[in-house]
Write a protein that binds this ligand. Structure first.
Ligand code: COI
Length: 354
């Protein structure tokens, strides 16, 4: 159990307009910080006014990308209360990430306690408007000033929170995806399954390329053969082909998304066949031309469920469901968001009150 001290800001900010929040633009009045060193372990948990960090320029995070992060949301329910969605899954994923990155982790209970504490403290910042939520960004950074490459002796765990609307400017309308055939996101044995900043930094060159071609995001193929579909930069990806829903296995190169996991559980619950076998991009494009590619959608905490209307691979273009959201995608969207915002009964016990 963490002992968390609090210091309230004397200069609260004006709340942003909830009808145009965007994603990751606004930040709440406070942040949570916990320090870590070899002697004391995690200590000095505190909620303080949101402010810039003071770090030594030689802090290892700046030089060797020694950091990890998580993403989850707090939702305002119809009765005005606030709830989280499966926060223990984020806590466990951060432990898995940090193990790979040689960073220290908080136990699951302390992670969840810290999230609840900062959300509760900044509860007025959890927006009320339809489709909005408070995005919660926990992260760990290596703070020791040292230029030799080794593990750090000091760290900080920090949580900042941001009231958000839709991740994509298209909202629930289908996004256009570019299939990357040149660059690689992840290889077996690497960090693909982790939430570390480096994965995202290395993906930007492809995102820039995709934008230049008029596409919103990149779909990554496996790093060895550039043959099998893996994930989209900010979400996992699902393909409904001839009645079966396919998504890449989380074998080490794919992020094990909490929304991904929840969608698989819902689909199985509804009796819809789900396959986590590797799926060649050539099969996806062929299915499209044979009229069997029924739906494509991405899943993620930030992206929620995002229908994909177009895929472009090596000059070949697949148009999906006439650019409209598919039936299963829509059902998943309605069910998942219904549970998250407390509008549907939470029969699977996924939500946690703040
Ligand atoms: C999330 O969905 O929470 C993510 O972390 C994806 C992205 C914004 C980096």
């Amino acid at each position: 159990m963490l002992q968390i001290t609090t210091q309230r800001t004397t200069t609260p900010k004006a709340k942003p307009d909830e009808s145009s929040l965007g994603f990751g633009v606004h930040y709440t009045d406070h942040m949570l910080i916990i320090d870590h060193d070899e002697e004391q372990g995690w200590h000095d948990a505190r909620i303080v006014p949101y402010q810039p960090l003071e770090l030594d320029p030689a802090a290892m995070v700046f030089h060797y990308a020694m950091e990890s992060f998580e993403g989850l949301k707090a939702y305002r329910t119809p009765d005005g209360s606030i709830q989280l969605f499966r926060p223990d899954k984020n806590a466990q994923r951060m432990i898995n990430t940090n193990h790979r990155m040689c960073l220290p982790s908080l136990p699951v209970e302390d992670f969840v306690q810290a999230v609840k504490a900062i959300v509760s403290f900044d509860q007025d910042w959890v927006p009320h408007a339809e489709g909005t939520s408070l995005y919660i960004r926990p992260f760990v950074i290596a703070t020791e000033p040292h230029l030799g490459v080794r593990t750090s002796r000091t760290h900080k765990f920090i949580i900042v929170c941001s009231p958000v609307g839709a991740y994509y400017s298209t909202g629930i309308n289908p996004v256009k995806i570019f299939v990357e055939d040149e660059y690689t996101r992840a290889c077996p044995g690497g960090t693909g399954f982790t939430k570390c900043g480096g994965n995202y930094a290395a993906s930007l060159i492809s995102q820039v390329k995709a934008h230049e071609l008029g596409y919103e995001q990149t779909l990554w193929l496996d790093g060895v053969e550039h043959k099998y579909v893996e994930e989209v930069g900010s979400m996992n990806c699902f393909f409904k082909i001839d009645g079966t829903v396919y998504t890449a296995p989380t074998v080490g190169t794919v992020l094990p998304g909490v929304t991904r996991m929840s969608c698989i559980e819902l689909l199985k619950h509804w009796g819809i066949p789900v396959s986590e076998e590797r799926l060649p991009i050539a099969d996806v494009m062929k299915a499209s031309h044979d009229g069997k590619l029924e739906e494509v959608f991405g899943t993620g905490t930030a992206a929620v469920i995002s229908p994909v209307g177009e895929l472009r691979y090596e000059g070949d273009v697949a148009h999906i469901n006439n650019g409209e959201i598919g039936e299963v995608t829509h059902k998943l969207y309605n069910t998942l968001t219904g549970i998250q915002w407390g509008k549907l009964p939470d029969e699977l016990g996924w939500t946690v009150k703040v």
